[in-house]
Design a binder for this molecule. Structure first.
Ligand code: HEC
Length: 137
């Protein structure tokens, strides 16, 4: 019997014995369950507070700049829109709201692929959206 199997056997025996002990009843089993409960809920993150510590302009250059700065492909695509006065550059726009920027990034929009939290975290995206929207929610 391997060491792991021995450990399981010992744990099983403990459970069986606890079940047979009679006098303590269900309460004892419930207490034991509470003591060993494992939860996988991540600790909550205060997105706004975390975002306030970040540099939205620098993050925009890092995460979005390859498409949205200089000759990135999004600059070319967005500059073709009629009535575009920004030259296709998001940083020149005055009409962006933070909510629109976040929705575009998380869901993707036409030729732009969506970006999941593994690529840009919620606080990072909030900082970028705040920068691009010039503070407009
Ligand atoms: C792989 C290239 C790529 C990356 C990376 C990228 N985008 Fe885009 N994005 C695009 C393209 C292309 C469009 C134009 C979509 C269209 O109209 O077809 C676009 C459009 C947008 C729009 C919509 C503009 C409008 O008026 O419709 C927003 C907002 C935006 N991107 C924000 C971001 C932000 C913020 C990031 C970084 C977190 C980012 N994008 C990263 C390619 C990219």
């Amino acid at each position: 019997m391997s060491r792991l199997h021995k450990a399981w056997a010992a744990a099983l025996a403990a459970v069986v014995l606890a079940g047979c002990s009679g006098g303590k009843g269900e309460g004892a089993v419930a207490d034991a369950g509470e003591a060993t409960a494992i939860t996988f809920t991540p600790s909550p993150v205060d997105v706004a507070a975390e975002a306030a510590k970040l540099d939205g302009k620098a993050l925009f250059a890092q995460r979005c700049g390859m498409c949205h700065q200089t000759i990135g492909m999004a600059v070319g695509i967005l500059s073709r829109r009629p009535a575009d006065a920004s030259g296709g550059l998001l940083e020149q726009r005055e009409d962006l709201s933070a909510a629109f920027v976040q929705a575009a990034v998380r869901t993707g929009i036409l030729n732009m692929p969506r970006m999941p939290r593994a690529e840009v975290s919620d606080p990072e995206l909030a900082a970028i959206a705040n920068y691009l929207s010039r503070g407009k929610p």
